[in-house]
Design a protein around this ligand. Structure first.
Ligand SMILES: Cc1cc2nc3c(=O)[nH]c(=O)nc-3n(C[C@H](O)[C@H](O)[C@H](O)COP(=O)(O)OP(=O)(O)OC[C@H]3O[C@@H](n4cnc5c(N)ncnc54)[C@H](O)[C@@H]3O)c2cc1C
Length: 548
């Protein structure tokens, strides 16, 4: 039954190859035979190979309910597997032979060749993988549970990390879930030992760090080679796009990302001004698609992999990663973007993750059901957050320092806000204090015209004010402006560090061969489309650099 429903709802997840396509596959594959009940791919293992069913049937099995459940069956000429084949992650579904089965096993390098040389077949493979990605997201098939308090900043960090890495999990909230105590008892964990991450009965991690979690879930991808043509730091829209262009144009390309692909855009509930998507699309979906595209062309994307510092060896950039490893490259693209500044309120940072948030995704919105929330900021990101949160919260107070919403926000968005009944716009207003014990309970706001203050009882404030560039890891020699954004092109021509005769390229920094793109760059537009454009342009300059 589940099988039939899934086939109807996600037809693109089960496309069949035609005979010609099957012959192409056959040429690049090993034929393997399995007996009834034999496991072809086991859940939780990383299998780098790709499979196509030649004959017989294969059950796809998941274990979220603690026992095996067949969710669909793959037939002859259909593909086995999901997006983990390209990302190198472990799949959480098993594939088990139903009766005698023959499958074509394709090694990763041959799969890439097939995708490159047979675009139609490549498209079928990618469409199937995207379809299956949607199934996993929509149906929430997962044995993974995060159990903790909604007021714990570590529980927030863990959920944020899993969400950004698109790992599906079930959230068990100690305050809001009546089964929470029973779940803890079943796995033998005391409430004071939460947050915990539990995978069925197989393993339990008590308050794991992001890296430990990533390792356990097969999400950690580490750099494989020592020297690359192009190293990109940051996997937001700019870095990911550069990876697509770099890898597709034959450059050995690596992306180093400290959290998860997507960057700021990945936290946007709906991007409505990205060309080609008239209905808008979520930042998460955009990021997932560009990531898949970059991996299709063979770019390595290493996460979580924070870059600590940069040095130069014989003129070549050497990138130092958090765990003391290094990556060397002929060219470097800095695409580390920016993040929102904290409110300048004494002690405000103690509520980070337990009342103060810098993104409004479905995860944060769950916590706002039927309550009053504050959104601080007057630009598009604040506007989007207000509209999105208004769907769940009983009321949203949009706090802006200026006197007119239209000054910093696109007209389509300000109009929508004005038309949303449960959003109140508080102009000329600032947050002056925050209070609470273990989590935020109230904030004080001040009307700057009258000087009057008032207290608002709320457990959530969303902050979207002025951006701070991620440039603190850069050495002297990469010039920045007075706000820390990286200077490029004509503005570094007179830098003491620009020591060669030719003029710097438009996106080149004061160090030849080091480029910057997207929000981290001084005078950039701070938009998804412009970050994408700059990521693509940067690769053209990399080619120019190699010619010189
Ligand atoms: C909530 C929200 C909504 C938005 N909505 C829109 C919209 O509707 N339309 C629009 O055009 N724009 C929108 N924007 C702006 C848009 O998202 C940004 O302009 C765009 O994401 C910039 O892309 P980027 O690649 O330059 O940087 P970012 O998206 O900031 O990505 C930078 C990446 O670098 C990583 N990084 C940083 N430092 C390091 C380090 N030391 N080591 C490794 N990795 C590092 C970060 O983790 C991050 O993933 C929105 C922004 C936000 C926050």
């Amino acid at each position: 039954m589940a099988d039939q429903n899934l086939r109807e709802r996600f037809p693109e997840a089960n496309l069949k190859l035609d005979d010609n396509q099957l012959r192409v596959v056959e040429k690049r594959a090993n034929l393997k035979a399995y007996r009834d009940g034999e496991t072809i791919i086991a859940a939780g293992t990383r299998d780098p190979n790709f499979y196509v069913v030649k004959s017989g049937e294969v059950d796809v099995v998941e274990y979220s309910a603690g026992r095996p459940q067949i969710i669909w069956t793959s037939y002859a000429k259909e593909l086995l597997g999901d997006v983990s084949f390209l990302s190198g992650r472990a799949s959480n579904l098993s594939r088990v032979a139903k009766g005698p089965v023959e499958v074509f096993e394709i090694l990763p390098e041959n799969l890439r060749r097939i995708i490159d040389e047979e675009p139609k077949l490549g498209n079928i493979i990618l469409a199937t993988l995207i379809g299956r990605m949607q199934i996993m997201r929509d149906l929430n098939f997962t044995p993974l549970r995060v159990i903790g308090s909604r007021f714990s900043s570590d529980a927030f960090r863990i959920r944020d990390f899993l969400t950004k890495n698109r790992v599906v999990f079930t959230w068990v909230d100690l305050e809001g879930d009546s089964n929470a105590a029973q779940v803890l008892q079943q796995i033998g964990v005391a409430e004071e030992d939460t947050p915990v991450v539990a995978c069925g009965k197989d393993w339990i991690l008590r308050n794991p760090g992001n890296k430990e979690l990533a390792e356990r879930l097969g999400v950690l991808t580490t750099p494989k080679e020592d020297i690359y043509d192009l190293a990109i730091v940051g996997a937001g829209p700019a870095g990911l796009t550069a990876a697509v262009y770099g890898a597709s144009e034959g450059l050995r390309t690596i992306v180093l990302e400290r959290t998860a692909p997507g960057g700021q855009a990945g936290t946007s509930s709906r991007i409505e001004n990205y060309p080609g998507f008239p209905m808008g699309l979520s930042g998460e979906e955009l990021a997932a698609r560009i990531t898949l595209q970059a991996q299709k062309f063979g770019a390595q994307i290493s996460t979580p992999c924070g870059v600590r510092s940069l040095s130069f060896d014989d003129g070549y950039p050497v990138i130092h990663i958090d765990d003391d490893r290094r990556v060397s490259s002929k060219c470097l693209l800095i695409a580390t973007g920016a993040s929102y500044r904290r409110l300048n309120i004494e002690g405000g940072e103690r509520f980070d993750g337990v009342g103060v948030y810098y993104a409004a995704t479905p995860m944060e919105s769950q916590m706002c059901a039927d309550s009053t929330v504050l959104v601080v900021g007057g630009a598009n990101s604040a506007g989007q957050a207000a509209v999105f949160l208004a769907e769940r919260a009983s009321s949203v107070l949009l706090v802006i320092r200026g006197d007119d919403l239209n000054k910093g926000m696109s007209r389509y968005l300000s109009r929508r806000i004005e038309q949303t009944k449960n959003i109140d716009i508080l102009t000329n207003t600032e947050v002056t204090q925050m209070a609470g014990n273990t989590h935020l309970e109230s904030v004080e706001i001040r009307d700057n015209r009258s000087g009057k203050t008032r207290l608002v009882n709320t457990s959530a404030v969303f902050v979207f004010i002025g951006a701070k560039p991620h440039t603190d890891w850069l050495p002297e020699g990469v010039d920045t402006d007075e706000k820390g954004f990286i200077k490029t092109g004509p503005s570094v021509r007179d830098s003491p560090f620009w020591t060669i005769r030719r003029q710097p390229f438009f996106l080149e920094t004061s160090r030849p061969g080091v480029f910057a793109a997207g929000d981290v760059r001084s005078s950039s537009m701070k938009r998804v489309a412009s970050a994408v454009g700059e990521g693509a342009m940067a690769v053209a300059f990399v080619h120019e650099y190699f010619k010189n």
